[in-house]
Ligand binder design. Structure first.
Ligand SMILES: [Zn+2]
Length: 87
């Protein structure tokens, strides 16, 4: 019995760009970390570095005086704002 795979290395399709927001600095541990977003409620964020859940309000408060971090986080926060209202 053979197992079908979804990838076929013989097909030539244009490569899709790698998308993502990269590593963002954590308001809790200040490390550049991989964040998890819960799709059901979109918050809290979860930091893989310090293993803490961080509410959006805490992120926004932390961003108040951090322009460099704002620019990186804003891309994510703007994207999350396009999510549908939870039912
Ligand atoms: Zn952290």
């Amino acid at each position: 019995m053979t197992t079908a795979t979804l990838t076929d290395s013989t097909t030539t399709q244009p490569e899709a760009p790698t998308r993502g927001f990269g590593c963002l600095r954590c308001p809790n541990c200040n490390e550049e970390a991989t964040f998890t977003v819960y799709l059901d409620t979109l918050e809290p964020f979860h930091c893989a570095e310090c293993d803490e859940d961080i509410p959006t309000a805490d992120v926004l408060a932390w961003l108040q005086e951090r322009e460099t971090e704002q620019a990186k986080w804003r891309r994510l926060l703007t994207w999350l704002d396009t999510a549908p209202a939870a039912e």
